[in-house]
Design a protein around this ligand. Structure first.
Ligand SMILES: NC(=O)CC[C@H](N)C(=O)O
Length: 229
């Protein structure tokens, strides 16, 4: 199994993603955004950062990077693809996952640990996680407020596509725990086919025991086992 992490101009979490998957003993390569070759990777990661300086809208320019043609074709073939933070914003711009990410209601960039409740029982990323546990994962974003029109939101819920919701440390999904004002506290969603995953929090920044929190590693382990399933 081989993992490819796409590097856009302005990506700043690509090496964190590489390090996190290497800690899981996986083969990881970086894929330059101008390339057209996914190098036979089974799982593609769009990492966090500020691709193209977040100009126009965050993710709006990166969505048109050359490699996105191959990334979209990979997803359409049923290949696994995950976007983290800016990667999630790029997935939304490419309409590979439902909904959009808007400016946080506070109008502030927020950088802190939050808690996540795994939601979807049918998505391989979350089906194996403990739904009674609140996973402590860092966020770092200014544009993380999940929004979708009413029809899309109803479809996402009915179809069990909500991956994570912001909760408190006890696992309660409350308004206070909703750090950025996302609809229904949504922190991550998948596509209807369940092979494309997007989430705002950064599991790759909570994967190394040296950093004192390995809750993110549990999520990345699920991702890897989903690809192997
Ligand atoms: N950590 C990140 O990926 C930053 C995401 C994005 N550029 C934002 O501020 O919303």
């Amino acid at each position: 199994m081989k993992i490819g992490v796409v590097v856009f101009p302005g990506s700043n979490c690509d090496q964190d993603a590489v390090d996190a998957f290497e800690l899981l003993d996986k083969e990881v390569v970086k894929l330059w955004h101008k390339d057209h070759d996914l190098q036979g990777c089974d799982l593609i990661i769009l990492p966090g950062g500020f691709s193209y300086g977040d100009y126009l809208r965050t993710g709006a320019v990166a969505r048109f990077s050359p490699i996105m043609n191959e990334v979209i074709a990979h997803a359409n073939r049923g290949g696994y693809l995950m976007g983290i933070c800016n990667g999630f914003q790029i997935l939304a711009e490419a309409q590979l996952v439902p909904g959009v990410l808007l400016r946080n209601t506070s109008q502030q960039y927020i950088c802190k640990n939050v808690h996540l409740k795994p939601e979807s029982k049918s998505a391989l990323l979350t089906a194996g996680l403990d739904s009674s546990k609140a996973y402590k994962i860092p966020i770092a974003h200014g544009d993380g407020r999940y929004f979708a029109d009413a029809d899309t939101l109803a479809r996402v819920q009915d179809n069990d596509q909500v991956l994570f919701r912001y909760c408190d440390a006890q696992g309660n999904v409350t308004d206070e725990a909703n750090c950025n004002g996302s609809l229904l506290n949504i922190a991550g969603v998948c596509n209807a086919q369940r092979n494309v995953f997007g989430m705002m929090p950064h599991p790759e920044r909570a994967a190394d025991p040296a950093l004192g929190n390995t809750d993110g590693r549990l999520i990345l382990e699920q991702l890897v086992s989903a690809v192997l399933a």
